[in-house]
Design a protein around this ligand. Structure first.
Ligand SMILES: Cc1cc2nc3c(=O)[nH]c(=O)nc-3n(C[C@H](O)[C@H](O)[C@H](O)COP(=O)(O)OP(=O)(O)OC[C@H]3O[C@@H](n4cnc5c(N)ncnc54)[C@H](O)[C@@H]3O)c2cc1C
Length: 422
């Protein structure tokens, strides 16, 4: 979106100016977690959000609180090196631990269920999601390699195969489609909007702001400019200007709309989902199939959610548009039939369809740091489809590094957009 002259010049005009130590832009998991980190350090802050709490990806995802990244462990080692992969897996464990400390397990929607990376059996249909023999074999080999590397690196991990005593007897395993599963035993899942309300509910207006605002999150305030003002920075939305020492941009996929230099750093990628009534089906775990191309789980109220199939339509599933499309939804339906045991002539009990926009980074890792050397404007995002599993911890890392004037983990400068922070 953009902000018109009329909206910028309507009442209150000039906009109300507020002073805060840090202005956070965006009220998703990243922005709200950053605000929690600032609150713990007793820094004054304001969040400006263009729509409403969690109106971006943070309330549109599948709700997996999952260890790891978009790829499996062996692939992460190939991409990032062994130590970095191990650190990343530990980082995501710490993310879930942090959310548990905030009380996510008390939510009615929270389920302490393992997540399982599935290799599927090869098939001969023309369905895009169904692996051919070569892919099925490679997928299984990759998971086997991950299993032994994770065991060597002291990460808790399990392995299941059909017919084994410990394989669940849920609908996915009964489908006959699963060849094997790598198990992350310590994971969980949640209604992500409920989680966001829990986290946002912990935020308080800092005493330095007094009675000037009634909430630490100012909604319907799209930021359209960030400008220097002497030794301070001005963050402008239609109704307010925040005069602050530092800015944390937590807009993830939408980064380039405000900071054009992020066009090649954070790419907007659409993810689509499908919700189905349980209709007698059960799922004992959160499932991640075909290297994460498809993912599905059962919510605490019984609803089954299924997402993915974007990789088969990768050229179309780009940009900011919030809509579902027939090709992706048809593929999701076909996948749902296969994994949940519905015949082709049976009507699927579909209750909802939706989409969300993810921010993909160039190397699949988060991006944290100043947008230019020594800049007071920092960015945290680029979670590449795993922000619920990384965003809380990444935001804490961003705030700590920004305030302590140190190089952050996952430094944005690695990509070459900015040199290391001095
Ligand atoms: C379909 C789908 C399924 C997913 N499943 C999972 C999953 O199961 N597990 C997992 O870990 N991750 C999952 N993800 C990814 C996860 O949802 C995201 O990585 C995460 O929510 C990103 O959080 P964020 O706070 O960085 O960004 P967002 O939640 O997108 O928040 C950014 C906020 O910034 C606001 N904003 C943008 N521009 C401006 C501006 N100029 N001024 C003010 N505000 C602005 C937006 O309105 C938005 O509220 C999924 C994503 C999708 C789309």
């Amino acid at each position: 979106m953009t902000v018109s002259h009329w909206r910028r010049s309507a009442h209150p005009h000039p906009p109300t100016t507020l002073e805060a130590s840090v202005c956070v832009i965006g009220a998703g998991i990243c922005g709200v977690s950053a605000a929690l980190a600032l609150q713990k350090r007793n820094e004054s802050f304001i969040i400006l959000e263009r729509h409403a709490l969690a109106s971006g990806a943070s309330s549109r995802n599948a709700g997996f609180l999952m260890r790891g990244a978009a790829c499996h462990y062996a692939e992460a080692i190939d991409l990032y090196g062994r130590q970095s992969a191990r650190d990343l897996w530990r980082f995501t464990e710490a993310n879930l631990e942090g959310l548990r400390r905030e009380g996510c397990e008390s939510l009615a929607s929270y389920r302490r269920v393992p997540s399982m990376l599935l290799a599927l059996n090869a098939g001969e249909s023309n369905e895009a999601w169904e692996p051919d023999a070569a892919y099925a074999q490679a997928n299984r080999a990759g998971l086997e390699r991950s299993l032994s590397l994770m065991q060597e690196d002291g990460l808790e991990v399990g392995w299941l195969a059909p017919g084994g005593a410990e394989a669940p007897s849920d609908s996915a395993w009964k489908s006959g489609r699963i060849a094997c599963a790598l198990v992350n035993p310590g994971d969980g899942s949640v209604n992500s909007y409920e989680l966001m309300k829990l986290l946002a509910g912990k935020l308080r207006v800092h005493p330095a702001l007094g009675a000037k605002v009634s909430s630490p999150i100012l909604e319907n305030q799209e930021v359209f400019a960030i400008e220097p003002d002497g030794n301070k920075t001005l963050v402008r939305s239609a109704d307010c200007t925040i005069r602050c020492e530092r800015v944390l941009v937590a807009t993830n996929a939408y980064a380039s709309l405000l900071l054009p230099q992020f066009e090649n750093l954070v790419k907007p990628r659409r993810g689509q989902m499908l919700g189905l009534a349980a209709n007698g089906r059960t799922l004992a775990a959160s499932y991640y199939a075909n290297d994460g191309s498809e993912y599905f789980r059962q919510a605490a109220d019984g609803t089954i959610v299924i997402g993915g199939c974007r990789t088969y339509f990768a050229d179309q599933e780009v940009g900011f548009e919030d809509r579902t499309t027939l090709p992706v939804q048809n593929s999701l339906e076909s996948f749902a039939r296969a994994m949940l045991g519905y015949r082709k002539d049976e009507t699927l009990p579909i209750t909802s369809r939706w989409a969300g926009t993810m921010g993909f980074s160039p190397d699949g890792l988060p991006l944290i740091g100043p947008i230019a050397p020594a800049s007071p404007i920092w960015f945290c995002g680029g979670f590449t489809g795993h922000g619920m599993s990384m965003g809380y911890k990444a935001a804490h890392e961003a705030v700590d590094a920004m305030l302590d004037n140190r190089e952050p983990l996952f430094a944005l400068s690695r990509i070459g957009a900015a040199r290391p922070h001095r």
